[in-house]
Design a protein around this ligand. Structure first.
Ligand code: DQA
Length: 145
């Protein structure tokens, strides 16, 4: 089974960016943890990050047929990107939305996710472990098929 983990704008700056909110580990460190968690559970985890909305959309279209599930943290695109929302709706794949911080507990503008209505679910506020839970969701779903 292959799962994609896509991270959007500014998540490349993890480790330097607002560490109290997002933690001290870099994206590369986290990605390595997700990849090895996947590997020890028989799952190939493929990672991608871009600060560019269109690149994320192109990548999702390119990869959609070769993966069983997609985990996405769209960063701030969460709150306003109708293009990303339309793409997720179009690709007809299970897309699980993940946020490191609890977007419902922060500034008002973060409470709206235009992605949630087209995602299969949302994990928010559980830090890097949220991605591990998301990987587990796809593992369980595949086992119970
Ligand atoms: C985020 C929350 C977003 O509001 C923010 O713009 C991010 C990261 C999170 O993981 O908590 O870039 O998606």
């Amino acid at each position: 089974m292959k799962i994609l983990i896509v991270n959007g704008p500014n998540l490349n700056a993890l480790g330097q960016r607002e560490r109290k909110i997002y933690g001290a580990e870099t994206l590369e460190e986290l990605e390595n943890q997700w990849i090895s968690y996947g590997a020890s559970n028989g799952v190939e985890v493929v990672v991608f990050q871009s600060n560019i909305e269109g690149e994320i959309i192109d990548y999702l279209y390119k990869m959609k047929d070769s993966v069983s599930g997609i985990i996405i943290n769209p960063g701030a695109l969460t709150h306003y990107s109708y293009s990303l929302r339309d793409c997720i709706s179009a690709i007809e794949k299970d897309v699980l939305e993940v946020h490191l911080s609890n977007i419902d507990k922060r500034e008002e503008f973060r409470k709206l996710s235009v992605i949630t209505p087209v995602s299969c679910g949302k994990i928010t506020g559980l830090g890097k472990e949220g991605y591990i839970l998301a990987i587990n969701y796809f593992i369980l779903k595949n086992e119970n098929k």
